[in-house]
Design a protein around this ligand. Structure first.
Ligand SMILES: Cc1cc2nc3c(=O)[nH]c(=O)nc-3n(C[C@H](O)[C@H](O)[C@H](O)COP(=O)(O)O)c2cc1C
Length: 222
């Protein structure tokens, strides 16, 4: 697959880290935090990454154990290492869906989703921040359920401060290798990779089925 080089403005934008994002209403932020996979290569201030990770740390966790660890990869060669593995993992993951999408009856919304996800896989090396979320094992088991609330908080905080982001997990196909590359011990595996940068597109409401199709009172199907 082609690896396109995008021009990059190395100057960090001047942003008031304290105030940025604080004005976005919570529910509106949730409704408009769609996966933003088309990102500019321009750098993101480290203080802003710190701010969105701090939002992550306000997530709930069992016994308030706070098992999360965040590792932000920004150096181009290191991003290249991650991107190369992500692309390989994604290509094999998406192959059946690409095949299915050849059917003229394949839903256009799904086709758009595949295109956006492929774009991300092809441009991962140019995404300025690869934010990994890892967490320690408990009783030998990964604490995935304790990490995803933190992941979602980070995604919402990105929405609030104007950063584009999405939730990805296919890097796990190379999980052990990538975790070692990040310097994580075997008892602290990554569960998610959030590619973060300034959006090329716009925030907006993602397509979702109505809540009335999935909310039931007292018993399912009533
Ligand atoms: C557990 C989980 C794993 C995901 N893994 C990936 C991934 O590896 N790559 C990717 O491009 N998107 C991944 N996604 C993102 C979904 O595809 C995305 O949330 C979905 O397409 C909806 O996007 P929207 O909010 O823009 O409508 C993942 C989402 C979840 C919840």
């Amino acid at each position: 697959m082609a690896m396109m080089d995008l021009s990059c403005d190395e100057v960090l934008p001047q942003i008031d880290i304290e105030s940025v994002g604080e004005e976005v209403p919570l529910l509106e932020g949730m409704r408009t935090a769609r996966a933003i996979r088309r990102l500019r290569p321009d750098p993101v201030p480290p203080a802003l990454i710190r701010k969105v990770c701090e939002a992550g740390t306000f997530a709930p966790s069992g016994g308030n154990r706070q098992p999360w660890t965040f590792v932000a990869v920004t150096e181009p060669e290191r991003r290249g290492f991650v991107a190369e593995r992500y692309r390989r993992a994604f290509e094999s993951y998406i192959a059946p869906a690409r095949e299915a999408a050849k059917d003229p009856g394949f839903p256009e919304a799904k086709r758009r989703n595949i295109r956006a996800a492929l774009y991300l896989a092809e441009h991962m090396h140019a995404v300025p921040v690869h934010l990994f979320v890892a967490g320690w094992l408990r009783r030998g088991e990964p604490q995935i359920q304790a990490l995803f609330p933190a992941v979602q908080n980070v995604l919402l905080a990105c929405r609030a401060v104007g950063l584009g982001a999405s939730l990805t997990t296919v890097h796990r196909a190379f999980g052990d290798e990538i975790d070692a590359f990040l310097g994580l011990p075997p008892d602290r595996p990554t569960c998610a990779l959030l590619p973060i940068g300034w959006p090329l597109g716009r925030f907006g409401r993602p397509p979702r089925r109505s809540v009335d199709t999935c909310l039931f009172w007292e018993r399912y199907g009533g």
